[in-house]
Write a protein that binds this ligand. Structure first.
Ligand code: NAD
Length: 274
């Protein structure tokens, strides 16, 4: 029997990429799902791909940057289920621009989703995780929460913030019924670069995706499987992909000079969104 069988999971950003792959795998294991995404079309696509129709699935279009909407969703689930067992704050977006070129609107948009969305999802669902016999909170940071990368200042800031927030929370909840995991994926083949804002205006979404795929080595399915295993094993930190493990190692060995060992990633790259 799969660990998640009979459990209830909440996933944000479930309409594409890692979130969609998580939804499909957890559904196949018999885990009931509450799925949200800002894109109703993305959610519909995820629903159409779910294999098991005998397992409960509740889609809920939602902007994770909307604090009131996140809390209303959690309240609705509280009435419906009374508790949740797994919460995965996964929704995220990219923005590529040097600091001098960055505008506030895009930086605030990104922080609203990639940082505040994680904070809202955490605070809104912690009371429901408390009601679980064994709760799991998973926040998705990035390898860009381990190193700084030119043109990624806003994304870096959000992902470093998610890491700090999650590591602090993990210690606060040590010894409680809630296990906390911070995930740092390397390059994962998803739609993140296609949907990203900023970058070279001459590049189309397809161009950005093609550039990104040169670096992204891991599939969303593999990333999701590793996250689900990390939940089962109560891992506190998960690095996904050989690139993530390498970046983690060199950022600790060479905290200033790591850029010298990262050609292609740490150079200015309009498609670099991880
Ligand atoms: P993706 O673009 O395929 O999926 C992201 C999903 O989030 C989309 O369905 C999108 O509609 C949704 N979303 C965007 N804005 C939202 C909002 N305001 N409210 C709710 N949903 C919203 O990308 P992905 O790669 O699967 O990204 C998942 C997470 O993984 C993100 O947090 C991302 O930063 C992180 N990540 C990705 C990579 C990578 O290489 N793909 C690497 C490191 C970290």
């Amino acid at each position: 029997m799969a660990y998640s069988e009979g459990k209830i999971a909440v996933i944000t950003g479930a309409g594409s990429g890692i979130g969609q792959a998580l939804a499909l795998q957890l559904n196949s294991e018999g885990c009931a799902l509450h799925l949200s995404d800002i894109s109703s079309a993305g959610l519909d696509q995820t629903l159409s791909l779910l294999q098991r129709k005998d397992v409960d699935v509740n889609p809920h279009p939602l902007d994770v940057a909307d604090k009131a909407a996140m809390h209303a969703w959690a309240e609705q689930i509280a009435i419906q289920s009374g508790h949740v067992d797994i919460v995965i704050n996964n929704a995220g977006v990219g923005y590529a621009a040097t600091v001098e070129e960055s505008d506030y609107e895009h930086q605030e948009w990104l922080m609203g989703i990639n940082f505040w969305g994680v904070v809202y999802g955490t605070q809104a669902f912690l009371p429901l995780l408390r009601q679980s016999s064994q709760g799991h909170l998973v926040n998705i940071s990035s390898v860009f929460g381990l190193i700084g990368v030119p043109t990624q200042s806003a994304y870096n800031a959000a992902k470093f913030a998610v890491r700090g927030y999650t590591e602090a929370l993990r210690q606060e909840l040590d010894g409680s019924n809630i296990h906390v995991c911070c995930v740092h994926p390397g390059g994962i083949k998803t739609n993140i670069a296609r949907a990203a804002r900023g970058g070279d205006p001459k590049m189309t979404a397809d161009d950005r995706n093609n550039e990104f795929e040169k670096f992204a080595r891991t599939t969303a399915q593999s990333a999701a499987a590793q996250i689900i295993r990390a939940v089962e094993k109560r891992r506190k930190r998960l690095l996904i992909g050989a690139d993530a493990k390498y970046i983690s190692l060199i950022s600790r060995l060479l905290p200033v000079r790591y850029t010298a060992l990262l050609p292609g990633v740490a150079r200015t790259n309009p498609a670099a969104v991880r």
